[in-house]
Ligand binder design. Structure first.
Ligand code: CUA
Length: 155
C-alpha cells in the first residue's frame, strides 16, 4: 500500500499532537495538581438541609487565611445569598442542590460549577481583589431561574 506524502505528514502531525496533549494532561494533573471541580461525596438531597455541613450554611474560617463556604441551592435561591470574605481569602466552596440541577458561577472568577442533587461539589478559589461578585445560576431550573442569584463580597 502506498501512502501519499501529504497523508503521511497529516498522520505524523496528528500523532505528535496526541502525544503533546497527553503529555500536557499528565503534567497538569499529576505535577501541578489541576483537577476538575470535584465530586466530594454524595448526600441525600431530601435531607441535605439537616446534614452537616449543610445544616449550617455560610462562611467559616478554617485557617489563618482559609475559609469554607457552605452553600445550598434550591429553587430558586442560594442559601446563604450573601458570602462575605476578606481580601486574599482562599475559599473552599462546598455546595449541593436539594432539588434539581442548578448552576453556581461566581462572576469574574473561574468558579463555575454545576450543583447536582445528591452530589457534593467542592472547589477552591482565592479572592485577591476587594469587590463584589455576582453569583448566578447558569442551569435552567424552572420558572424562577432568572431571579436565582447571590453575591460574594470581598472586603
Ligand atoms: Cu437554579 Cu437556574
Amino acid at each position: 500500500m502506498r501512502v501519499h506524502v501529504y497523508e503521511k505528514a497529516f498522520l505524523s502531525v496528528g500523532g505528535a499532537l496526541l502525544v503533546v496533549f497527553l503529555g500536557v494532561l499528565s503534567y497538569t494533573s499529576l505535577a501541578m495538581g489541576i483537577h476538575l471541580p470535584g465530586h466530594a461525596g454524595q448526600i441525600d438531597p431530601a435531607t441535605a438541609r439537616s446534614q452537616p455541613p449543610f445544616d449550617q450554611p455560610g462562611v467559616r474560617q478554617t485557617g489563618p487565611n482559609t475559609y469554607e463556604a457552605v452553600v445550598l441551592a434550591s429553587a430558586w435561591q442560594f442559601v446563604p445569598s450573601e458570602l462575605r470574605v476578606p481580601r486574599g481569602a482562599t475559599v473552599t466552596f462546598v455546595a449541593t442542590s436539594t432539588d434539581v440541577l442548578h448552576g453556581f458561577e461566581v462572576a469574574g472568577t473561574r468558579v463555575n460549577v454545576m450543583l447536582i442533587p445528591g452530589q457534593i461539589t467542592r472547589l477552591t478559589y482565592t479572592f485577591r481583589e476587594p469587590g463584589e461578585h455576582l453569583i448566578v445560576c447558569h442551569e435552567y431550573c424552572g420558572a424562577g431561574h432568572h431571579i436565582m442569584s447571590g453575591k460574594v463580597i470581598v472586603e
